[in-house]
Design a binder for this molecule. Structure first.
Ligand SMILES: [Zn+2]
Length: 224
């Protein structure tokens, strides 16, 4: 495999990795016993946590960012997400929460829900998700329960809150990796391109935009 570069390189990420080792290695050793297993745990954990990104990651993430631009042009919230399996895009979505009168219709959650229903799949193990902005707590929960193996995003939640002036939100890693499965989480990747989505963008609360939409015309959601 040809790795392009390190996916996560910030000191914070490294500190989180170290904390993960300290927490996980003794537990793994206790469960399985033996120094050899502890070394195996180090290998597994470092493989997961020191995830690196590929040229394909950049290509798919740029598609998610393009969807976010498209969403903005169409008056939707400027967030896009792409689902990839075996090196191919299998579904792509942008945020339609205001248009559908459904606050759960974030790009990532819709992506998972629509694909799983259509394909009658319950687990997306082995799949990768690409998001123009780091998944929120709700979408991170969906990623966790869908068992998605890799998560790649551009703009972090912290960057988004800085732009929007909103309250700080947690990063996605603690929610996605709250169980025994450890997804590789890569980001911020291509942050300049992701941030360009918000150039000159005015953040107006969803509820206000929905109210305006409801006054201007019925906001309806297609039946699932
Ligand atoms: Zn979300």
């Amino acid at each position: 495999m040809c790795w392009a570069s390190w996916g996560i390189a910030s000191p914070v990420a490294v500190a989180l990795h170290v904390r993960k080792w300290v927490w996980a290695i003794p537990e793994y050793g206790t469960m399985r016993g033996g120094v050899l297993d502890q070394h195996a745990a180090v290998l597994v954990l470092t493989t997961g946590w020191y995830a690196m990104h590929t040229a394909d990651d950049e290509r798919f993430l740029r598609l998610a960012i393009a969807l976010a631009h498209q969403a903005r042009r169409q008056g939707a919230d400027p967030f896009g997400a792409v689902l990839v399996a075996d090196g191919a895009v299998v579904h792509q979505v942008y945020d339609r929460s205001v248009a559908y009168s459904d606050p759960t219709c974030h790009a990532e959650l819709s992506l998972i829900s629509e694909y799983c229903r259509a394909q009658r799949r319950f687990s997306l193990e082995g799949y990768s998700i690409y998001a123009s902005t780091e998944p929120c707590s709700m979408c991170a929960g969906a990623i966790h329960w869908a068992r998605i193996s890799r998560v790649v995003f551009s703009v972090t939640q912290a960057m988004l809150q800085q732009l929007s002036g909103g309250h700080p939100k947690p990063g996605c890693a603690s929610i996605i990796n709250s169980g025994h499965r450890q997804a590789a989480i890569i980001g911020p990747l291509l942050p300049d391109e992701g941030l360009a989505v918000f150039d000159g963008y005015t953040f107006i609360p969803k509820v206000e935009r929905h109210r305006a939409l409801a006054i201007g015309g019925a906001a309806s959601r297609p039946a699932r």
